[in-house]
Design a protein around this ligand. Structure first.
Ligand SMILES: C[S@@+](CC[C@H](N)C(=O)[O-])C[C@H]1O[C@@H](n2cnc3c(N)ncnc32)[C@H](O)[C@@H]1O
Length: 384
């Protein structure tokens, strides 16, 4: 039986995330047509089998969460809310969870978060009194800590959703060491994908981050086409999850080699530690290389595998790290050193990115990283 899921996406990245779904679907679910999606701000709705939604947690790298819609109904008072909640068939979802509640109310009679939460909790308790939960499910759910229920009320229409991801999907379960201006992993994945998704399948290139810091952009590039089995997900601890769903490690063909450079030895060491951790967890690192190198050092000879280069970088923002050189100077240095077919840079949000001679702006993707409004600007050589 198909159910409705909401795939929650960072604002501004919705189209890219739908593109990612369409790229990966035929590989993850061969012989099944990718379902239609219904986009809205901050995500999209999609009808899926429960098992399909579970697997997508591992494969989709741009979303924040996958939510299962468990009930929707019109409601204007608390006694009715309590009644509606206690009438839901909670059996597939309920054990001994201590839920965190994410409540949103817009233009509705019910608006007091605390009272809404109490009514939901009361309704669930009532359900449990009527239908006690089996001991094995109490134990199973206790093994996991991140349980979230989402209640959205708009114009008195209530929509209750269960978060089947648990911790946000950007938490990959591997990175321990972060640099000065860390980028959220799912945003890093989105940047890598935005930069490369339109390349011909056979294009061979070096992906270079010349100021890689602890290497978030490059680690995400390495793992983008691999399922994330390095962490737990809430769905694995739900009563309705019985099968031992093991995401198959499909291999997408790879046509790129990854290079991470930074002038700061400590940053490269941190990146290397992250890579070592990934290797310990069974990830193949044969396409990734790191080196201490100053972007402005033109003397050094750097050996790269392929002819074409694509550069990606999170430029230092003035707010956290002093960017004395200025963005334009850094981008020009990247251009001069690597002559890349494309350059993708994260800079403070702007509608007028710096003009770079010999390149045109092909994309300016706006999103928020750690509270800062940023743009991922893609430059390309007009001919490529
Ligand atoms: C904004 S951080 C990059 C963050 C990285 N994307 C991450 O998520 O960890 C800036 C990095 O640029 C490096 N950097 C600044 N100027 C450089 C230069 N001229 N050559 C090489 N690295 C440089 C710094 O050492 C710092 O690690």
């Amino acid at each position: 039986m198909k159910q409705t899921f909401f795939i929650q996406i960072p604002l501004g990245l919705e189209k890219l995330a739908i593109h990612e779904l369409r790229l990966k679907w035929p590989v993850v679910f061969p012989n099944k047509t990718c379902p239609e999606v219904f986009a809205e701000d901050g995500g999209f709705n999609i009808e899926l089998l429960f098992e399909e939604a579970c697997l997508l947690n591992h494969w989709l790298k741009i979303p924040n969460k996958i939510l299962l819609r468990i009930a929707s109904f019109k409601c204007r008072d608390f006694p009715k809310l309590y009644k509606k909640i206690s009438a839901i068939d909670w059996k597939p979802y309920l054990g001994a969870q201590e839920f965190s509640f994410q409540i949103t109310s817009i233009d509705s009679r019910l608006f007091d978060d605390r009272k809404i939460k109490n009514a939901i909790q009361g309704g669930i308790e009532r359900y449990i009194q009527k239908s006690p939960i089996k001991k094995k499910f109490l134990e199973k759910t206790k093994e996991y800590d991140h349980w979230n229920l989402y209640m959205r009320i708009e114009n008195d229409w209530c929509q209750l959703s269960l978060d089947i991801s648990g911790e946000r999907l950007g938490i990959r379960g591997y990175r321990k060491y972060v640099g000065l201006a860390p980028l959220r992993e799912n945003l890093a994945s989105a940047c890598f994908y935005a930069l490369t998704f339109d390349l011909e399948h056979s294009t061979e290139y070096n992906l270079i981050d010349p100021i890689c810091g602890s290497g978030t952009l490059l680690s995400e590039a390495l793992l983008f086409l691999r399922p994330n089995n390095l962490r737990n997900y809430a769905y694995q601890f739900l009563p309705c999850y019985e099968s031992n769903l093991k995401p198959i490690d499909h291999q997408f063909e790879k046509h790129f080699e990854i290079y991470g450079f930074d002038k700061d030895k400590n940053q490269i060491e941190q990146f290397q530690k992250n890579l070592n951790e990934l290797e310990e967890q069974g990830q193949d690192l044969d396409i990734i290389h790191t080196e201490v190198t100053d972007l402005y050092n033109a003397e050094e000879e750097i050996k790269l595998k392929y002819k074409e280069n694509i550069c990606i970088a999170n430029l230092p923002y003035n707010k956290r790290i002093k960017n004395t050189e200025g963005n334009k100077k850094l981008i020009c240095a990247i251009r001069d050193k690597y002559s890349p077919m494309k350059i993708g840079v994260i800079i403070p949000q702007t509608k007028t990115p710096p003009l770079i001679e010999g390149y045109e702006v092909s994309e300016n993707l706006a999103f928020i990283n750690g509270g800062f409004k940023v743009s991922f600007v893609i430059y390309r050589k007009p001919s490529s």
